[in-house]
Design a protein. Structure first.
Length: 194
């Protein structure tokens, strides 16, 4: 009996969703939302979801039948990078910088300034990988193998830049760092292709 009520409600909702989606107001809203997301992409800030615009973010999370919330104090006393690693393991998929920061703050860990924390994550190449989102390196075995090759350690950008400066002298430090960053980006692109 409950199953038939659920199916009836789903059918009614689907009918109403179609009405809303076909309305001119919804078309205008979708266009504005697309424009907003494009500007957010240009400014390199987290995209605003339709869920958030409609004020459904907290309702959906609070009413979920499975525990999806970070518990207050969950990351209390942990260094921010360790807390970020725990969060990404718990989450099971990549996350934006803003999602990671929000989770850490909810869990009682202050990651400090957004810019410094982002830089810390990006520099922690033995634990994290940045592919527009941050994720755990363990989920990318090909990239992990590259980073751990040559004696078990992948050179940091700074170490690689120093190596470039020794090998390609004379070269400015800025050009060496840029070349090292390009090599790292090439590694990431190779990973995306796999």
């Amino acid at each position: 009996m409950t199953a038939s009520i659920i199916e009836s409600l789903k059918a009614q909702i689907a009918h109403r969703v179609e009405d809303v989606k076909s309305s001119p107001a919804m078309s205008a809203l979708l266009k504005l939302h697309s424009d907003l997301n494009n500007l957010e992409d240009v400014e390199n800030i987290a995209r605003t979801s339709m869920r958030e615009l409609f004020g459904l973010e907290s309702t959906l999370t609070e009413n979920a039948s499975t525990p999806t919330l970070i518990q207050p104090g969950q990351y209390s006393g942990k260094p921010p990078l360790d807390a970020a690693k725990d969060y990404l393991q718990w989450r099971g998929k990549a996350a934006t910088l803003d999602e990671i920061i929000a989770a850490l703050k909810t869990g009682g860990c202050d990651p400090g300034s957004r810019q410094k924390f982002s830089l810390s994550l990006a520099r922690s190449t033995f634990s994290f990988v940045k592919l527009d989102l941050f994720d755990l390196l363990d989920r990318y075995p090909i990239l992990k193998e590259k980073r751990h090759s040559s004696g078990g350690k992948r050179k940091s950008i700074v170490a690689r830049a120093e190596e470039i400066m020794r090998h390609d002298a004379p070269i400015s430090i800025n050009k060496a760092v840029a070349q090292a960053e390009q090599e790292q980006e090439r590694d990431v692109e190779e990973l995306k292709e796999c």
